[in-house]
Design a protein around this ligand. Structure first.
Ligand code: NAD
Length: 276
């Protein structure tokens, strides 16, 4: 199965479908990521705060897959915002992952109350310069936060990783990102199971029409909208199902019907007010 790649604004490419490890128990991460790599995933999304970078690194090492065939993302946690803290944070993440560099390093949340995300972004520019991260980007940034880093630095983030699923389609950020050449990554692409997404009529109808699961329909919806997506599952069967999304295509009407589910339903924290 060939996963399409997306060209980032810095010349690097990213597999459009990956595997996320939020809330994957550190003790189980090596096994779960090993399963994901065996299923065929080559793009893994982790973060320092997930506490499971060591397990991700062990699975990578054990797999024997050449480093240049893998795309690994990690993220700088909020308490590490600042110049020296960012330099220390990437070194620690690389040590835990057992890697010389990551493909993508993200500021996890803007934490506007701290007012250090621009300073942190300037540190990420240096981290990219040093080769410790091939690409740099942000996560949970709203338009105002994106504007501030674009205006205050010489690097446009390669991606903005935001909560995005059919009932929370984030058009304002997507439109702004597209106008600046920033690719959007969806977190919580399946709504984190927090509302009955799979029972919603356009999703259920498309699943029945194509003989696939509602989860596969939602993943296709992301892919066909040009979104980078990395659903999470601890179950190998669901990992395989979520990866098996290239044998069918939603019609334009089906995509439009799922687009119509947007109701501003945020299931996670609001980046403008989050203080963790
Ligand atoms: P998700 O929307 O991928 O939902 C995961 C849940 O969906 C699983 O726990 C599982 O119960 C269910 N599921 C998965 N596959 C299924 C299937 N085929 N059928 C039925 N149910 C299925 O939520 P997520 O894990 O929060 O998001 C994906 C990734 O995004 C994370 O693992 C992480 O890498 C990233 N993330 C980033 C942030 C951020 O702040 N940047 C926040 C949350 C998640």
């Amino acid at each position: 199965m060939t996963v399409p790649t997306i060209a980032l604004n810095d010349g690097n490419t990213i597999p459009q479908l990956g595997f996320g490890v939020f809330k994957v128990d550190p003790d189980e991460t090596e096994r779960i990521v090993t399963d994901a790599l065996e299923v065929g995933y080559r793009h893994i999304d982790t973060a320092a705060i997930y506490g499971n970078e060591v397990g991700v690194g062990r699975a990578i090492e054990k797999s024997g897959i050449p480093r240049d065939e893998l795309f690994i993302t990690t993220k700088l946690w909020n308490s590490d915002q600042g110049t020296q803290s960012a330099f220390d944070a990437i070194d620690l993440s690389l040590e835990k992952l057992g890697l010389e560099s990551v493909n993508l390093y993200l500021i996890h949340w803007p934490r506007p109350d701290l007012d250090r995300y621009l300073e942190t972004w300037l540190a990420l520019e240096q981290i990219k310069e040093s080769g410790k991260a091939a690409s740099i980007g942000v996560s949970n940034f709203h338009v105002e936060h994106l504007r501030k880093v674009i205006e205050g630095s010489s690097t446009v983030p390669a991606v903005d990783q935001i909560e995005l699923h059919p009932a929370f389609a984030q058009h304002e950020i997507r439109d702004f990102a597209a106008s600046k050449g920033i690719h959007v990554e969806a977190w919580g692409p399946l709504g984190q199971g927090k509302y009955d997404l799979f029972g919603m009529a356009p999703v259920a109808a498309a699943a029945a029409a194509h003989g696939v699961s509602p989860a596969q329909v939602v993943i296709r919806w992301h892919l066909q909208n040009g979104i980078i997506v990395f659903p999470k599952s601890n179950s190998r069967e669901r990992m395989a199902q979520n990866f098996d999304v290239f044998g069918f295509e939603l019609t334009a009407d089906e995509v439009a019907a799922i687009d119509g589910l947007d109701q501003g339903l945020r299931v996670g924290s609001d980046p403008t007010t989050a203080t963790f």
